[in-house]
Write a protein that binds this ligand. Structure first.
Ligand SMILES: N[C@@H](CCC(=O)N[C@@H](CS)C(=O)NCC(=O)O)C(=O)O
Length: 338
């Protein structure tokens, strides 16, 4: 399906969902479950664990929103979606929010009529290839066979990069990360290209990760974040401020270990407003006073979630880099709880 056909399919479904979409909070509360769209399986970001329970960096955000809205981080129905199906599922009301390595772009925001409620991971597109091919730069990939996920920004950036560098490539279109890895490992493509975080996550699952290299070039900006439908600002605000609460909690030193104590009241008014002992921020959002306490208790603050699922001590081994707090030279920056 080309982009304009996809855009009109999404627009028609969005119209059909119509006014009903302005009631997401009420629907979630009545249902007692948050329908959260995630990917079909990407280690560290969203994948079922040994017991079939979904876990990961993107899953943790679904759980935080469920905890903020319903007081229960386990009240989530995870809907696994491919690069293509994620937007129709959101527009059609099958999910209440999307938390799936999704890049904030002009087209998705304005043409597909979605609302990005923040950025939970600053990423960029990279290239993975077998070390024995002896390639050390993406500018040496002329004529390469490249596995590429359809319905993604990856597809479009790749075309731009090769055109700008006057090179050709042979695309091998695939629908899911699992399919990409199968094709790549079977030698059907020389190169796999996607978000650099996705490459690190995929390489960590290989038998011999060191037989594969991630090339130095990052060819795009991929600001990844949670997405909701246009037109339901109250719901968008809840998702936006839940993410902000996790980010602010890290900045203020609110952790899973000390939150019960800090939620009794502290000397810091901003922490008190965040945790609901001063002000009425929960009420303003249509939630309980302890909405943010519940969100943070679900899986910890932003930094705890990052370290647990994708950080340097995990097999995925991602450095905080741009995703460090602004106070540590990164871009993670919550607007004030004031
Ligand atoms: N950020 C890009 C790419 C997102 C994407 O689909 N990434 C793949 C490769 S890391 C993924 O998450 N796959 C998981 C799956 O197949 O379900 C976008 O929004 O278009």
């Amino acid at each position: 399906m080309n982009r304009s056909v996809l855009a009109s399919a999404v627009a028609i479904t969005a119209l059909a969902a119509g006014m009903a979409s302005a009631q997401t909070l009420q629907e979630v509360q009545e249902r007692g479950v948050l329908n959260c769209g995630v990917n079909t399986g990407l280690a560290g970001f969203a994948a079922p664990d040994a017991n079939g329970e979904w876990e990961g960096f993107d899953v943790a955000l679904c759980r935080a929103v469920a905890a903020a809205v319903l007081g229960d981080p386990s009240a989530v129905e995870f809907v696994s979606l491919t690069g293509k199906t994620r937007f129709t599922a959101l527009a059609g009301g099958e999910i209440d929010m999307l938390s799936r390595n999704t890049t904030w772009t002009f087209t998705r925001d304005n043409d597909l009529k979605f609302e990005f409620t923040g950025i939970n991971y600053y990423d960029g597109q990279g290239f993975l290839t077998r070390r024995d091919l002896g390639v050390s730069s993406a500018t040496e990939l002329d004529g390469a066979t490249i596995c590429i996920q359809t319905g993604t920004t990856t597809e479009l950036n790749l075309a731009d990069f090769f055109r700008a560098n006057n090179m050709n490539y042979d695309p091998v279109p695939i629908e899911t990360n699992a399919e990409a890895l199968q094709q790549y490992n079977a030698g059907a493509c020389d190169v796999y290209t996607t978000d650099a975080s996705g490459l690190a996550a995929s390489r960590a699952t290989f038998e011999n990760p060191n037989d594969h290299v991630i090339l130095p070039e990052i060819i795009s900006k991929e600001p990844l974040g949670p997405v909701v439908r246009h037109g339901d600002n109250e719901w968008g605000d809840i998702v936006r401020w839940t993410l902000n609460a996790l980010i602010a909690a890290e900045e203020y030193g609110v952790t899973s270990a000390n939150i019960d104590e800090l939620a009794q009241g502290t000397d810091n008014p901003e922490v008190n407003r965040l945790l609901g002992t001063e002000g009425n921020f929960g009420e303003v959002l249509g939630l309980e006073p302890e909405w943010a306490v519940n969100a943070i208790k679900a899986e910890g603050n932003y930094g705890e979630i990052f370290e647990r699922y994708i950080g340097e001590s995990t097999p995925i081994g991602l450095a905080r880099g741009l995703n460090a707090q602004w106070t540590d030279g990164g871009l993670m920056y919550s607007p004030p709880f004031r």
